[in-house]
Write a protein that binds this ligand. Structure first.
Ligand code: SAM
Length: 221
């Protein structure tokens, strides 16, 4: 296994998390107001029209299916087969069409020539062994003018010194999340322009008030 490869214990953690993952308000978006808040947010960042979107670390596919419902052509990729199984089951239940693949977000199994209008990653970078390499790969998968959307933060639950969430997670470079300034410094050389939007002040997005850092980085290549 190379240092780029996520460890089996990390995959196992997410497989085990899959059946109950959507119980969190911002994961399952089961509340209509929370769902509408995310739809508005994503709609404001994605250019008009039907766009090809790659949702890396898609989890149970909630955002993928939200975008599919809006007419976008979405591919979701996740490392954990049980997350992908949940996403496919939700797709069957909703009737919205997206493609869900099992694979590593750092090397999405979409084919060498595939290009996308949008690459979206929500709450993924903190759990990647080589986040910088993944960011480079995602920018390479975008068409000229394409949009990279990174929804990230620094989680209160994973503050420095807290127990790693899975065995081997202590080896991750951004284990408690990554601050907006640090992520912007990492992404800036890869893109033509970027901006940060703070998201912590809107409780509707999270289903509750939050006090930790939460933001989106929106970049154009
Ligand atoms: C916190 S969840 C976020 C899920 C989804 N993006 C969302 O916002 O609801 C992190 C997800 O990343 C996936 N993941 C972790 N490491 C990954 C990797 N190297 N490649 C692809 N997916 C990965 C996990 O299986 C999990 O589904």
């Amino acid at each position: 296994m190379s240092e780029h490869t996520p460890t089996p214990t990390i995959t196992e953690y997410w497989n085990d998390a899959a059946p109950t993952f959507d119980a969190e308000p911002d994961h399952g978006l089961r509340d209509a107001d929370t769902r509408a808040a995310w739809a508005r947010l994503l709609g404001g960042w994605i250019p008009a029209g039907s766009r090809s979107v790659l949702d890396v670390g898609c989890g149970t596919g909630t955002l993928s299916l939200l975008l599919a419902a809006d007419g976008h052509r979405v591919t979701g990729v996740d490392l954990a087969p049980r997350m992908v199984a949940e996403a496919r089951a939700k797709q069957a239940a909703t009737g919205h069409t997206a493609r869900f693949l099992v694979g590593d977000a750092a090397a999405p199994p979409v084919g060498e020539d595939a290009r996308f209008d949008v690459v979206l990653a929500r709450h993924l970078l903190w759990t990647l062994p080589q986040p910088e390499a993944a960011l480079g790969r995602w920018c390479g998968l975008l068409r000229p003018g394409g949009v990279l959307i990174l929804i990230e933060g620094r989680w209160a639950e994973a503050a420095p010194g807290s127990t790693p969430y899975a065995a081997d997670a202590e080896l991750l470079p951004w284990p408690g999340g990554v601050g907006a300034e640090q992520l912007a410094d990492t992404v800036r050389p890869l893109v033509a322009s970027l901006r940060i939007e703070q998201l912590g002040g809107d409780p509707q997005l999270w289903g509750r008030p939050v006090t930790d850092e939460r933001y989106a980085l929106i970049a154009q290549v």
